[in-house]
Design a protein around this ligand. Structure first.
Ligand code: GTP
Length: 365
């Protein structure tokens, strides 16, 4: 049996500089990796899992709203980690960001470096991925996961030996259901070959370039829980799955169950809050309201008899009595007047006030 390499001093780069455009309006004020997810910033789950797998030092590759990361996590001591921050004045893309952040690494040229996208919830075995990388002496080892509909993703075929043979763009006829899961192990010296101070995409340039040059790019296939929280629907699902205990996270601020009510929140005894919902600090759910599978952020109010399903209600926002929301994002401080019915993908920008009964979809009105 192969001996498992010691990854006790593993260093990592966390990519968190994106603008999170698909999650607007939630990301207008807060970067995606800091959005509250099951009661804590999204990254808290990733940091706790990385720590559990033996990572000790993480370099954050920041750009969009960089100072908010330092304010949220500081030197990392509360997570038992050492954190550093490397900021791009203008975003350098995923590859440029890795190259820039690598200046803060202290490991040697042959050591493995873990690189994580800052918007992935994953239960995969990081230790096994690193072990595969080291035992095969790969240039890069990519976590690959399997999805039902690979046409929405670029796909990554491998040969029987696990070698990645191509990085294919989205296509209606994918050759495999295996996709890039956004977690890589690089040999440190390979990062140094990425051009400095230039916009580079690892997905479109670095990986295809390494494959074309005959370097060993390996796929580590692990089909444990995996979710890219890049859209509102996925973000809500991620929070819901953590609250319901479908993915274990050492960072959960309370027990798993039908809902998580954070300190200083108030849920009326006549309200029904379920399906992995979170009720934020200072948030109020009034009598007769029904909240299912949703994220209620701090200090928002759900009025009497309102229904909120698979939705996010932003900080300080108000959903007034009898309103119905399904698959909706309500921005910070916005107000949904009573009697409104908002469905499928509606987004209310911060501060918008929707007057009483302004929008209804039912055919019986
Ligand atoms: P969308 O705008 O909604 O596509 O989201 P995004 O900006 O986060 O982009 P994407 O989901 O493709 O990014 C994947 C990961 O890479 C995320 O964790 C981003 O924060 C990060 N990322 C993307 N571009 C950059 C960049 O230019 N610099 C840095 N430091 N990180 C980036």
């Amino acid at each position: 049996m192969e001996s498992s390499p010691d990854i006790g001093n593993l260093q990592a780069i966390l990519l968190v500089g994106g603008q999170g455009t698909r999650l607007r309006p939630l990301t207008l004020g807060t970067p995606k990796p800091l959005l509250p997810t099951a009661g804590v910033p999204f990254l808290a789950h990733q940091l706790a899992r990385a720590k559990a797998f033996g990572v000790e030092r993480i370099v954050f590759a920041t750009s969009y709203r960089a100072s908010m990361f330092t304010e949220a996590f500081g030197d990392g001591s509360s997570f038992g980690l050492r954190l550093e921050y490397m900021t791009e004045e203008t975003p350098l893309g995923t590859g440029g960001a890795i190259r820039n952040a690598a200046q803060a690494l202290t490991c040697g040229p042959d050591d493995p470096v873990l690189v994580l996208n800052g918007d992935i919830l994953s239960g995969h075995d990081i230790r096994a991925q690193v072990a595969l990388h080291m035992s095969r002496g790969a240039a890069v080892t990519l976590h690959l996961t399997e999805v039902e509909d690979p046409s929405r993703f670029g796909c990554v075929p491998t040969d029987p030996d696990g070698r990645v043979t191509a990085f294919l763009e989205k296509t209606p006829y994918p050759v495999t259901n295996r996709i890039n899961a956004g977690c890589y192990v690089f040999r440190r010296s390979v990062i140094d070959t990425i051009p400095e101070n230039q916009v580079v995409s690892v997905e479109r340039e670095t990986f295809p370039g390494l494959i074309a040059a005959g370097e060993l790019v390996l796929g580590y296939i692990d089909t444990a829980y995996w979710l890219d929280v890049g859209t509102p629907t996925a973000y809500i699902k991620g929070s819901r799955d953590l609250v319901l205990g479908r993915l274990h996270s050492p960072a959960m601020p309370g027990p798993c169950g039908e809902h998580l009510a954070l300190p200083d929140s108030i849920v009326s005894p006549d309200a029904k809050v379920s399906g992995g919902s979170v009720v934020g600090h200072g948030a109020i759910v009034e009598s007769g309201a029904t909240v299912t599978g949703s994220i209620l952020l701090d200090n928002c109010v759900i009025g009497p008899g309102a229904t909120v399903v698979d939705s996010v209600v932003g900080p300080g926002a108000r959903v007034e009595g009898g309103a119905v929301l399904s698959d909706v994002v309500v921005g910070d401080g916005a107000v949904v007047g009573s009697g409104n019915e908002l469905l499928a993908g509606a987004r209310l920008w911060p501060g918008v006030v929707l007057p009483e009964s302004a929008v209804r979809f039912s055919s019986d009105v």
